[in-house]
Ligand binder design. Structure first.
Ligand code: ATP
Length: 262
């Protein structure tokens, strides 16, 4: 089990980005993490993968742990070796390298399994097999996302943390990425899926968390979140407010007022 418990994170010694956040990713589960911009989702992923240091961030309270072993002071490379791997938002490929070279970069902690993992990635993404010699910078957004995910799979992770993998992709490509996430999960990898596309994320997740202002404000089975009126209103846009998107808390407050005045 990969866990954050009562996590507090501060950037630059002053910006309080996470305030007592607890999340659990059980072995082999898909867990969705929702929240508006600035809610703290990327910060949580950085805390889980040891990447806070390079952003001048620090865990000031609480624990990140893998099977009850603390990861608080473990460096990012050792966290990858322990089986936790993140696919960063925005794909971040080496655009001048070929598809295959990009994939091989991802294998630096698992050289012995490189050939087998490469085969597994090409099985998952046959398109990448066709384009293995092509320069990554010339691929479409969806294909670049496949390379980014494939690169992370080259270390054979137990947990894959995905930061908005469908951002900016066409609907067909979103479906394809969704199916691939399910396939990766069915092969035994636990997934933490940060998504703006709440319908997609909750449709495949077992459990979901909603974050706002550095806190977890909802922590429920995914099916329950899909039925939750506030989530439907805010994330699924079923009843958009007159003056645009309100904060999740504003909607809750408004709905409570509505219920009281009814
Ligand atoms: P987004 O989807 O926009 O990335 P998010 O939910 O991932 O949003 P974070 O990026 O984790 O949110 O940001 C949480 C808070 O921490 C925000 O107030 C943000 O301004 C602040 N923050 C994030 N990164 C840094 C940083 N490197 N230095 C200082 N503050 C930061």
């Amino acid at each position: 089990m990969l866990k954050a418990s009562n996590l507090e994170v501060v950037y630059d010694d002053v910006v309080l980005a996470l305030r007592g956040v607890s999340v659990q990713i059980p072995d082999g589960a898909i867990v969705a993490l929702l929240g508006a911009n600035g809610a703290g989702k990327s910060t949580l992923l950085r805390a889980l993968t040891g990447l806070l240091d390079i952003h001048d961030g620090e865990i000031t309270k609480g624990q990140v742990s893998l099977d009850d072993r603390s990861l608080n002071d473990v460096n990012p490379e050792k966290i990858v070796t322990a089986g936790v791997r993140q696919v960063l938002e925005g794909r971040r490929l080496f655009v001048e390298l070929t598809v295959e070279e990009n994939l091989k970069v991802g294998a630096h902690t698992a050289r012995a399994e490189m050939a087998a993992n490469l085969e597994r990635v090409y099985d998952l993404f046959p398109k990448l097999a066709d384009r293995r010699a092509q320069t990554a910078g010339y691929l479409s957004g969806g294909e670049q996302q496949m390379v980014a995910m494939g690169r992370a799979l080259m270390s054979g992770p137990r947990y894959l943390l995905l930061d908005e993998p469908t951002l900016g992709l066409a609907p067909l490509m979103v479906e394809m990425i969704r199916d691939v996430i399910v396939t990766i999960n069915e092969a035994g990898t636990g997934i933490l899926l940060v998504e703006q596309n709440a319908t997609m994320a909750l449709s495949i997740a077992r459990h979901g968390y909603v974050m706002e202002n550095g806190r977890v404000v909802l922590d429920r089975p995914a099916a329950e979140l899909l039925r939750n009126d506030d989530v439907r209103e805010f994330y699924l846009g079923l009843h958009p407010g007159e003056d645009g998107r309100k904060s999740f808390r504003e909607i809750k407050h408004y709905r409570r007022k509505k219920r009281w005045s009814a």
